[in-house]
Design a protein around this ligand. Sequence first.
Ligand code: CP
Length: 314
Amino acid sequence: MKQFIKFEERNLAEELIESAIRFKSSPLIQQEKGKGKRIGLIFLNPSLRTRVSTQIAASNLGIEPVVLNMDKETWALEMRDGEIMNKNTVEHIKDAAAVLGSYFDLLAIRAFPTLSNKMEDMDDFTLHQFIKYAQVPVVSLESAVRHPLQSLADMVTIKENLQGKKKPKVVLTWAPHIKAIPHAVANSFSEWALGCGHELTITHPHGYELDENFTKGAAIEYDQEKALEEADFVYVKNWSAFQSYGKIIQVDEPWLLTAEKLKNNPSAKVMHCLPVRRNLELSDEILDSERSLVQQQAKNRIFAAQAVLDKILS
Ligand code: CP
């Protein structure tokens, strides 16, 4: 495996899930494997979990992590090839990524979408510019369209909570938000849940349909109450509109997930990638209850990243 930017195939996903579970029980079992290697963790956007969990994962394997907040701490980057750089950008991605590729054995990049240039976002333009010019293995720390490390951690968390179910019913439910939020987590979750063979229902208000490239094979249900029936796992997430790209469409119905909405389903577990807006996306009563898997998901981010880095080192 030379890069990790999306779901590739079920066997590989299952191998990574098993590996993450092994690392969770013995985090330092391969602590010499990455000795002498260095990973650059490049953030063009904020992060708590991804930043820290990937550093810990690298350290557990003996890899030295170096974090670079490229949005604040380095020169303003020009991403487009062939530009006359007579405006605000100071350094071209071609030069910066080549330099980073010569400093590091691996690079990991977080590059959110613009939510204004749909075509560029859908092509994962920034991520691919890094890949093109860095010439070393690249791991996505969330790109314009996907967040595969989060999804791998989510699949590990589902596996840990299956309680004997072979094909769990997994529901991805839209939640309210005050800002326009990217589609990456929802896209990736759908891609991985379907890829891993789970039964997936996606529920959202009209106008919030996701890119069909990610949802083919899922049931789409506009009635949240109906979608939640007999769910084993409920994944809560906001995303902005995809068709009316990056827009927030007014929704009058209450889409906040509450304990009341799950009262007929006492065994359903609730997931969220965090950060979460309490009592806007998810109620306190759910987040602070036995149903909630959010802390387990966050912890599993370490071992998901460790499984991926270990596989790349192999
Ligand atoms: N879930 C997640 O990626 O969290 P951060 O944005 O804090 O890294």
